[in-house]
Ligand binder design. Sequence first.
Ligand code: GLU
Length: 280
Amino acid sequence: MPEVTRFAPSPTGWLHLGHAYAALFAHEAAAGQGGRFLIRIEDIDGTRARPVYEEAIFEDLAWLGLAWEQPVRRQSDHFDDYRAALAKLEALGVLYPCFCTRREIQDEITRAGNAPQGPDGPLYPGTCRNRSMAEREERIAAGETYALRLDVEKARACVPQDIVWKDHVHGTFKAQPAVFGDVVLARKDTPASYHVAVVVDDALQGITLVTRGEDLLPATHLHRLLQALLGLPVPEWRHHRLITDEHGKRLAKRDDARSLRSLREAGWTPQQVRDAVGSA
Ligand code: GLU
């Protein structure tokens, strides 16, 4: 079956060699086999996304020799889709408002000592999970800002015990979404978290094979749970290696020296980029 893949960069900096590898990988997994290759602009975090970086994404990918389908989906054009997904989760009773500041969470973690660690750091200690409905309503009515968190235990109880997901490189996994604890799925300055947006978008775009870096492999446990809760189709995954610098450190957007832009200005050809990152 020909695959539908996507490359989903965030326009928060210049693309670097790691992005080139990810884009070539997604392209190869689809277009190379008669499938479809899409691009998605992940600009849900409006505080960091810039139009100039979005334009540069298209320019750099075209320079690399890639072609993709139009129109390109831009997350900031589809907030209603993410709101609808959150409303569905809300209706299932698996979200709760969290009023904690970062500071309060940190203090609580220090107080409790030995807080369990997730892939992204210490887990949320659950301070707001058991607040009464009356207190929640009162605080919201008083204008307090809040984030929406997933009550992961409740969510787990809403779906079959054994939800699995398949990665073409790493094998088949039984979903372990609790490793992230009660994650934030929306906050006041972002209408939905990456986790919500990505599962909604992949479903709406008909993605059959999600290709992305290994750093996001743990997040897939949570994505699989969200797909089950939202009744979304389940793609397969191919998490690929990350491109690192000569010290073995993964490239970051602020690492300007390896941006495709500076390499191009330094006279690199698209073929040299392909050779530098290795085959997909
Ligand atoms: N926007 C994410 C990033 O730039 C990619 C997420 C994904 O492919 O699922 O790292």
